[in-house]
Ligand binder design. Structure first.
Ligand code: IMP
Ligand code: MG
Length: 205
């Protein structure tokens, strides 16, 4: 079909990262830390745990935009319960790769969460400052329970103690992109988690 790109086994074999690529990102990708298969297997596992833990409870999934949109979509398909969805958007980083510790709510929840069983779905916990702020904010709204499911947690650099009920993968404290995570708004559509080559960082530091 015109305008359609067929990805083949050969594309995967010749890709520097062993994944088919037609996304124009391949030159920037350093190392794949978590493959597409590993991500999907883990989300299936977490979905199973969540399904077991929330039997007979009215679950509200809250994803933090934009990064968590991929996790939310795939994880939710492995949660075999009736669930509600809501979304928040916060800004903690600009186009740079260092946390500022300042969190701005760009979009708040649509509904009240008082008395609800809330599971906050996050892409990555880095310093933990964003999550810490969000949890404090949400706790103030008196949910029945409030837990966190984070796909990725960077090892050894959390600046605040956090109690994460579900964690997908612990990764080294490097900047990563893909599967919802961006660098300067790009790379979110990669189906895996990877580091960038140093040359890919174009922002003035
Ligand atoms: P924290 O407040 O330092 O924990 O940062 C949390 C937010 O920063 C995440 O929800 C991401 O949006 C972003 N972030 C942290 N580390 C990375 C990374 O390695 N790649 C892309 N975004 C990141
Ligand atoms: Mg970001």
């Amino acid at each position: 079909m015109e305008g359609t790109v067929e990805l083949t086994e050969k594309d995967a074999a010749t890709s520097p990262v062993g994944e088919p690529f037609a996304d124009g990102y391949d030159e920037d990708i350093g190392r794949v830390l978590v493959t597409r298969e590993q991500l999907q297997a883990k989300l299936r596992e977490l979905g199973g745990q969540i399904t077991g833990d929330y039997q007979d409870r009215d679950l509200l999934l809250v994803a933090v935009l934009k990064g968590a949109f991929m996790v939310m979509a795939d994880l939710a398909r492995h949660i075999h319960l009736p669930v509600d969805f809501d979304f928040m958007a916060v800004a903690s980083y600009g186009a740079a790769t260092q946390t500022s510790g300042v969190v701005r709510i760009l979009k708040d929840l649509d509904r009240d969460i008082e008395g609800r069983h809330v599971l906050l779905v996050e892409d990555i916990v880095d310093s933990g400052l964003t999550l810490n702020y969000l949890l404090k904010n949400l706790r103030g709204r008196r949910p029945a329970t409030l837990e966190v499911c984070a796909l990725l947690q960077k090892k050894g650099i959390q600046r605040v103690p956090l109690d994460l009920r579900y964690v997908g993968f612990e990764i080294p404290p490097d900047f990563v992109v893909g599967y919802g995570l961006d660098y300067a708004e790009k790379f979110r559509n990669l189906p895996y988690i990877a580091t960038l080559k140093p040359e890919a960082y174009t922002d003035p530091a």
